[in-house]
Design a protein around this ligand. Sequence first.
Ligand SMILES: [Zn+2]
Length: 296
Amino acid sequence: MIGVDVGGTKILAGLVDRAGGIQSRHEVETPKASEEDVVAALDDAVEVLLEEKVAAIGYGIPSNLDRRTRVALQATNLPLTELDLVAHARERFGLPVGIENDANAAALAEWKLGAGRGVSNLLMLTLGTGVGGGLVLDGQLYRGWAELGHVVVQADGPPCQGNCHGHGHLEVMASGTAADRAARELYGADATGNLLIERARGGDEEARERLAAIGDLLGGAIGSFANVFDPELVILGGGFGRASGELVLGSALRAARREALMPADETLRIVPAELGADAGLVGAALVAFDVLDQTG
Ligand SMILES: [Zn+2]
């Protein structure tokens, strides 16, 4: 099965088996100029991996999808508007094609093959440049646009990013972007979140406090989500989530339990994702298996 994880900076495609094993992979930078360029890069990525045994293609895409038609309405960080990628790829490659929001695809992968195995209700947050979210509710992936990163955690806070005109959203308060901002404040214009994490690991108290403060805002949001969705488990993934680890997760758990109603105030668990940077790719391939199972 071919899975294609479409990110704002790179397109990651892979030949993936049902157990999530990646047989081969192809990675290219995401074109920024136009929709035509993005679609051409996606087609090339599939072309490279296409072989006889491939039975379906699945895409994970950072976009709002029409619930009925699955047309990609508008991506936050990509030049895509009203793109029917499913129809395009079906025609071009003559195979069944599935599509899912990228964060939903990552949640699907962690649920089926990663940290969420065996759980019926979970919430996944991918902390990267922004914050993506996905939900499994009553043993099913929620297929709507769960933009869990765009909730207010600081009233009148810094402006959000991409096409979002909100302020103080989780997306800019508890992401790699937030860590970059803290690093610049502490160490100057060229500093990044990676330096902040490095300093914190080296025992720098100020750096540890800044990351704990990010975790505190994140945990406040997680506690609020727990009060809405009642998940058994919250999974943290994404590049920043992986890199910061316990430096953010510890204070996030304290804050989440502080804000959550009982019994989640004692039972709520927050765990790191298990599939690493490949969660989105594996999830996209699982979407392809879903489509194949439905048509087969
Ligand atoms: Zn926002």
